[in-house]
Design a binder for this molecule. Sequence first.
Ligand code: AHR
Length: 498
Amino acid sequence: MQATLHLYRENVISEIDKRIYGSFIEHLGRAVYGGIYEPEHPTADDEGFREDVLKLIKELDVPIVRYPGGNFVSGYNWEDGTGPKEKRPRKLELAWKTIETNQVGIDEFQSWAKKANTDIMMAVNLGTRGPDEARNLLEYCNFPGGTYYADMRRKNGFEEPFNIKTWCLGNEMDGPWQICAKTAQEYGRIACETGKLMKTIDPEIELVACGSSSLTIPTFGEWERVVLENCYDYVDYISLHSYYNNTADDTSEFLAGSLDFDTFIKSVAAIADSVKAKKHSNKTINLSVDEWNVWYHSNDADAALEPWQIAPPQLEDIYNFQDALLVGCLLMTLLRNADRVKMACIAQLVNVIAPIMTENGGAAWAQTIFYPYLHASRYGRGLSLEVKTSCDCYTSTSGRSVPCLETAAVWNEESKELTIFAVNKCDQPMQLTTSLNGFGSLSVIEHLTMAGYDLKAENNAEHPNNVVPHSDGKTTVDGNEAVSELAPYSWNVIRLKG
Ligand code: AHR
């Protein structure tokens, strides 16, 4: 197959907000307990955080981590996770039917976030609770002192405010599964009034309103419109959540998932802009894709799980090579929509549908999806460029015409590096010819690939390096043209230097 790509230095979609490489840690399964926190682990530091896990997270250079949920937050009392650990209550956790020990709460998490070199995207409970608790939590986290909750934080050993700048107004309030789910009108009003209180306390914070929990939920579209009509003046972002599965074991449909992701993102932006127009507002609401990933491998195990355990294995998807290809495509979709998507969180970070897996008391390793995420976070910073492509298409099982090539390109003015990300979604080799316009003379740094693996190949504790990238791709540059060989079913990172 032959494909072409035209890149122009001047054709910039947007500067990339590095927060699109965010992630998510929920009090769910072994994400916190056995994931980031395990005081008995040989690598645990003096606060009980696993240093082997921290090392992998730092490698990913994760700019922001959403916490503490997810569905969990809609039944959570944040006060339970503060103060002396021995006094913290054990409680039934109704979102995931477990027992929450509260040994980790915001006090510990903010300390962990510093160690992980990341910021926090904090969610407030708009399920069982509401504006009152949200404002108390914000006072606890961000107010310097001299008031009840700020002094409670100081008494707990934290003199300086945590200064958390990004806040989610609840989680998936549109989902019937959510604890105290709401109609769009109910949620829009609560989001407005909660946002009003929170911005009175700290006008510097940014707020994310809950959008739809999937493109296919029946309320999609109308939900965004009604919610934003209610809370437009107080929020800065609208969220969207998107998970992909291959339960049908159909690679052609699975790899087409990024087309739906693109549609979802563009549709939410269009609805947000229609509310903007209707309100005669000058303010643009941008997008926070604060949950996205592949999720399905663990469905059967989760359905069979006994309830009311402490940190049981839940949502422990073991990812394969094919999943890494789709994750690469989803990352490129975020990049091509960098003008509207300013934050995104791969869900989640450790053990729970995550790029990093651990054994309790044992190893930590990188799943297949770790690598496209690593590459995008490392080389996908700078300006996202428009990509004009022509390539063959395949017809998926449902009859969709799917381009065999998916690509995104990033120019980093500081390092003078051009990075072309590309996935070949087909079972034939592809020669990609890229015209390079306005970059000056470029040479190849490296062409990283993940290719040649069985689509079902995985990494595990015994074989953590079964599926890894190699710097063995073939790209040559001649004048203003780069020619790259893209292997069948491959993830490619073509790095050029000016
Ligand atoms: O990430 C797992 C769950 O998926 C989250 O708790 C919820 O928000 C979503 O449905």
